[in-house]
Design a protein around this ligand. Structure first.
Ligand code: FMN
Length: 186
């Protein structure tokens, strides 16, 4: 699963950071995302209170700080301070990102789908910033260089991992049959 760090700000101004794996873009043009949150999360409370959050993409080397942020600190604790992480200035939201990350998705709350124990939060990406050193000229992440953090979940714990090339590059057009192509040419 992917591992991101979500930064939020409480209505009292205190900054909060928490790792998140249940998160994905919602189809193209990739300007909306959805995340699943248990109800008892400062992150969820802050998103509801301020309508803003930043999805930070950490490198694998940040796994120690990620685990510090995963602890259940009370809302008045600034997790940037706890994890010794520095804020990265955001352009469109009042919440800072995390310095040293590979990309920063500045988001605003669009909608919540509330269930008994959890909530699905839909956010709009209002600004996307990337660390240029980790992306090539086509705007694609150089994942060998960037080493984005991911995780395999086991029964008792998680193995932090990072993507490696699986040995095959596929162009999107390979997904289409001759019939699909003929239909678009009509
Ligand atoms: C790798 C990882 C992924 C996580 N993913 C989620 C998630 O998708 N949803 C969620 O509600 N909690 C998730 N958690 C747990 C929260 O990060 C954790 O409970 C944290 O203390 C919440 O902080 P908060 O109360 O400041 O929001 C994850 C934890 C880790 C370590």
């Amino acid at each position: 699963m992917p591992v991101v760090l979500i930064s939020t700000r409480g209505k009292d101004g205190v900054l909060n950071l928490a790792p998140w794996s249940n998160i994905t873009p919602i189809l193209r043009p990739l300007d909306e995302i959805i995340l699943a949150s248990w109800i008892k999360r400062d992150t969820l409370t802050n998103i509801r209170d301020t309508g803003e959050f930043v999805v930070n993409i950490p490198p694998a080397s940040m796994s120690e700080q990620v685990m510090i942020c995963s602890r259940d600190y009370p809302p008045e604790v600034d997790e940037f301070v706890k994890a010794n992480l520095q804020p990265h200035l955001s352009q469109q939201v009042q919440v800072p990102g995390v310095e040293g990350c590979l990309a920063w998705l500045e988001c605003t709350l669009v909608e919540e789908i509330i269930r008994k124990n959890y909530s699905l939060v839909i956010g709009k990406v209002v600004n996307l910033a990337v660390d240029q050193q980790s992306f090539n000229e086509a705007g694609e992440m150089d994942y060998e260089k960037a080493q984005p953090l991911s995780a395999m979940l086991g029964d008792k714990g998680m193995w932090f991992t990072r993507p490696v090339f699986g040995g095959r590059y596929a162009e999107y057009r390979e997904m289409f049959t001759d019939k699909d192509i003929a239909a678009t040419e009509k």
